[in-house]
Design a protein around this ligand. Sequence first.
Ligand SMILES: NC(=O)c1ccc[n+]([C@@H]2O[C@H](COP(=O)([O-])OP(=O)(O)OC[C@H]3O[C@@H](n4cnc5c(N)ncnc54)[C@H](O)[C@@H]3O)[C@@H](O)[C@H]2O)c1
Length: 254
Amino acid sequence: MRFNNKICLVTGAASGIGKATALSFANEGAKVVVSDINEEAGNLVVDEIKNKGQEAIFVQCNIGKREDIANLINTTIHIFERIDYAVNCAGIAGKVSLPVHEYPEEDWLNQIQINLIGTWYCVKFQLEQMMKQGGGNIVCVSSAAGLVGQPENSPYAASKHGVNGLVKSAAIEYATKNIRINAICPTAIETPMIMHGRRNLAENPIALEQAKNHQRMKRMGQPQEVADVVLWLCSDQSSFITGHCMAVDGGAFA
Ligand SMILES: NC(=O)c1ccc[n+]([C@@H]2O[C@H](COP(=O)([O-])OP(=O)(O)OC[C@H]3O[C@@H](n4cnc5c(N)ncnc54)[C@H](O)[C@@H]3O)[C@@H](O)[C@H]2O)c1
């Protein structure tokens, strides 16, 4: 019960990595703010947490909208009075595979708006609150595409490189303020985003095999394996780690 009675905020918590993270926090005693653009799926996660006997609320938030994020933080403070841990997991992947000069402008801008600018607003408002309360801990869910380039997926890679730059800069700025901030950079994790996304792995056995082979372990990662790293980064067991962008990659970058 590393997070007993702690207040944990998770964006993108209705599915995949965010959902596994929200449920894991609850399993370890936390009160969880489940946030997502998808109200129906988010409320199901809240029900699941309440069925475990833990406290949770759902706050709908499109991280592409500054006012939604401000409302998320204000609602959390109104109900729970603080944010001990914030996990910024909400994000989108591109729908097409195209080189830079052919990439649709609207899709490029939208990925930057949600993955980078949205994450920046989340971090900015969380830091404002954590400064007021005297400390806190933030983890941003970036990507392996934040560590190396990803051909035909440039806006996604650019947005995730941006998240890593944000995390490293903030880590230095707040290192002596009792606030840690880290990023995790997963490769292929078996969630709806990747199974039904750009390469539609669920219905494309060749692409699925390629995705598995990219990891040295020759398999996809599971959302729980990522959530376990997020919770470790939030926990006191990682107390000397800040500004790290940690690959969770089955050995892909070894
Ligand atoms: N699955 C992978 O292989 C993988 C690899 C590297 C990084 N990631 C990152 O992990 C994070 C979570 O992805 P996932 O794989 O769990 O996908 P997912 O599709 O299962 O979950 C993403 C969640 O984010 C929510 N969301 C989407 N846009 C939003 C918005 N504008 N505002 C608020 N919520 C929004 C969705 O409703 C969904 O519940 C993303 O940031 C993604 O880029 C995933």
